[in-house]
Write a new protein. Structure first.
Length: 114
C-alpha cells in the first residue's frame, strides 16, 4: 500500500489550505483514513480521521477549523484547514488503517506564518 499526499505549503495565519492523499495498492475494506501531524520537538498527534462510512474524529486542537472527507471510489482522503494558526505548523502525514495494519504517507509540510 502506498499513500501519496499533496498540498501543503506556506500560508498566513487566518488563511486556509487543503491537503489530499491518495492510497493505492492492496487496500482492505473497511478502513479508516486520516491525518496526523508532528511539529518539531513534539509527538505525532491525531488531526482527523474518517471511516469509510463517513464517521469523523478530530483532535481537540483543530475541532471547528478543520474538516476531513473522503472519496471511497478514489481511495482519497482530504483535509480542509481553515482559520490556520502558527501552532498548526507541522509535517502532516496521511494514514490508512485496518485491523492492526497502519500505512503512512511521506508527510507534507504546512507552515503558518504569523
Amino acid at each position: 500500500v502506498q499513500l501519496q499526499a499533496s498540498g501543503g505549503g506556506l500560508v498566513q495565519a487566518g488563511g486556509s489550505l487543503g491537503l489530499s492523499c491518495k492510497a493505492s495498492g492492496s487496500i482492505v475494506i473497511p478502513n479508516i483514513m486520516g491525518w496526523y501531524r508532528q511539529a518539531p520537538g513534539k509527538q505525532r498527534e491525531l488531526v482527523a480521521s474518517i471511516t469509510r462510512g463517513g464517521i469523523t474524529d478530530y483532535g481537540e486542537a483543530v475541532k471547528g477549523r478543520f474538516t476531513t472527507s473522503r472519496d471511497n471510489a478514489k481511495h482519497t482522503v482530504y483535509l480542509q484547514m481553515n482559520s490556520l494558526k502558527p501552532e498548526d505548523t507541522a509535517v502532516y502525514y496521511c494514514s490508512l488503517k485496518w485491523g492492526i495494519s497502519a500505512f503512512w504517507g511521506q508527510g507534507t509540510l504546512v507552515t503558518v506564518s504569523s
